[in-house]
Design a protein around this ligand. Structure first.
Ligand code: DC
Length: 228
């Protein structure tokens, strides 16, 4: 099997992982794999079925009936839930919180980690999530732990939402982000943490372009050959 060059990016909600991973993927010709979208798609299915996120047995039983597939259209990841393209339906706070609550269960994680490993074995990927460097791609030559202060992350989210014309409260957003961080970092299985060999980048004082350039530089230092 050909060995691919994979880049793992982990970090808390709103650190800019997906924006930056997309930029790096475009620059390097890599495929961007958004693993959060997969947990969100599972969560959407559980929400539609009215399953209580605290009911572990019901979540485990429902996993078997969820089929998630990933396809790429013009380089953009599209995610399908039992054949339906749900890419446009999974970006709400409700789905994000449900994803955080239900990603604590092993049956959910096992199913998605398998899919993520298959995607990374096929081609050069830049994959973002919470456990990519620690669990999904432990041998990735480049691991980045991307973070930013909860204040900066809340402000970015606030700007994003108000730009879309949605009304929101900055303090509420910050509280939500801090709760999600706590849940993602303190769960039993594959909690969010920096892998020992990951490079820590704090994006608080940096632009997205600066962070993307830093990641490409780190990848080159770790053996990636880029055509000039
Ligand atoms: O990155 P995101 O906000 O789209 O992720 C939604 C939730 O999914 C996140 O709060 C925790 C979970 N998740 C996970 O447990 N492992 C991953 N690799 C990616 C996301």
């Amino acid at each position: 099997m050909t060995k691919h060059f994979n880049i793992a990016i982990d970090g808390p909600a709103g650190a800019g992982k997906s924006t930056i991973a997309k930029m790096v993927a475009k620059e390097l010709g890599f495929v961007y794999v958004d693993t959060g979208a997969m947990y969100r798609t599972m969560a959407l299915s559980f929400l539609r079925q009215g399953i209580d996120p605290a009911d572990e047995a019901a979540i485990a039983a429902a996993c078997g009936g969820v089929d998630i597939t990933i396809r790429y259209e013009d380089g953009a990841q599209q995610v399908f839930l039992n054949g339906e393209n749900v890419t446009g339906l999974i970006r709400t706070e409700e789905v994000g919180n449900m994803a955080s609550s239900t990603s604590v269960y092993m049956p959910v994680r096992e199913k998605l980690v398998e899919l993520q490993k298959q995607l990374a074995a096929r081609e050069n990927v830049i994959m973002d999530g919470r456990d990519i460097g620690t669990c999904v791609l432990p041998d990735a030559p480049v691991k980045i732990y991307l973070t930013a202060s909860s204040r900066v992350r809340a402000e970015r989210r606030y700007k994003e939402l108000t730009k879309k014309g949605l009304s929101c409260d900055l303090d509420e957003i910050r509280k939500d982000i801090e709760e999600r961080d706590h849940r993602d970092m303190h769960r039993e299985h594959s909690p969010l943490k920096q892998a020992e060999d990951a490079v820590l980048l704090d994006s608080s004082p940096m632009t997205a372009q600066e962070v993307a350039a830093a990641i490409i530089r780190i990848a080159c230092e770790h053996g990636l050959e880029v055509e000039q």
